[in-house]
Ligand binder design. Sequence first.
Ligand SMILES: Nc1ncnc2c1ncn2[C@@H]1O[C@H](COP(=O)(O)OP(=O)(O)OP(=O)(O)O)[C@@H](O)[C@H]1O
Ligand SMILES: [Mg+2]
Length: 250
Amino acid sequence: MHLHSRFEADAAHAGGRQPANPEPILRAERLSRSVDGRPLIEDVSFAIERAEVLAVIGASGAGKTSLLRLLNRLDEPTGGTVFLNGRDYRSIAPAELRRRLGMLLQQPFLFPGTVAQNLEFGPSSRGEELSVGQLDRTLERVGLKGYADRDVRRLSGGEAQRVSLARTLVNAPDVLLLDEPTSALDEASRRDVEQLICDIIAERQLSCLFVTHDHEQAARFAERALRLESGRVVATGPISEISHAGQNPR
Ligand SMILES: Nc1ncnc2c1ncn2[C@@H]1O[C@H](COP(=O)(O)OP(=O)(O)OP(=O)(O)O)[C@@H](O)[C@H]1O
Ligand SMILES: [Mg+2]
């Protein structure tokens, strides 16, 4: 108690700076979605702190993709809600919400056209212009220097996934939602793209929800995991414990 008020007094002294926001960057509260009376996601609650990566594991059909789709409102919850930086996401315009929650899927999601057109899409839909400098820097950062005018139909799977990542990054997201982003790639580009994602998360201090089947990959990205089964959270905790939670129920 004493420490708390002292902290506030210090913060007030420091030129009116606010004390650090105690709210997690993303918090799901009893999030649920049923389709035709069948629950796909049921009562899912969790929080991600700033710059934290939370892994989501679970068998095929457990509801991992359904959960990510709810988080950026590609689907609407039928119960519960999500708080982004303390704000109920239902009060945030969907376009703004999707800018702040970048998504990277198993299959790269690109529009027909050039690499540059794909990167320009997000900013231009907000009435902003992506400068040539920013375009070039972003492409260089994802290892695609000189790719601006390439037709996306002629990219390899690894290159297309790098363009998807670049497309998300030009929106300056706070949170990345990653749905098995490397599982469709061949072995060599899988490692490269994984390393790239890992470096960018660290560099930009991104908060992430990382869906993966691969427990070793989960451990490379996250310290904490959440296990889904039939749309429900059955365990949360350190990766080492959650990986075995299926075999050793406590
Ligand atoms: N729009 C929908 N309408 C009805 N059922 C759906 C819908 N989308 C998904 N499902 C069902 O919800 C369950 C969870 O699917 P989901 O795609 O979220 O699983 P997942 O954990 O991502 O699996 P995978 O590891 O195979 O990607 C499955 O039984 C699926 O058939
Ligand atoms: Mg899935």
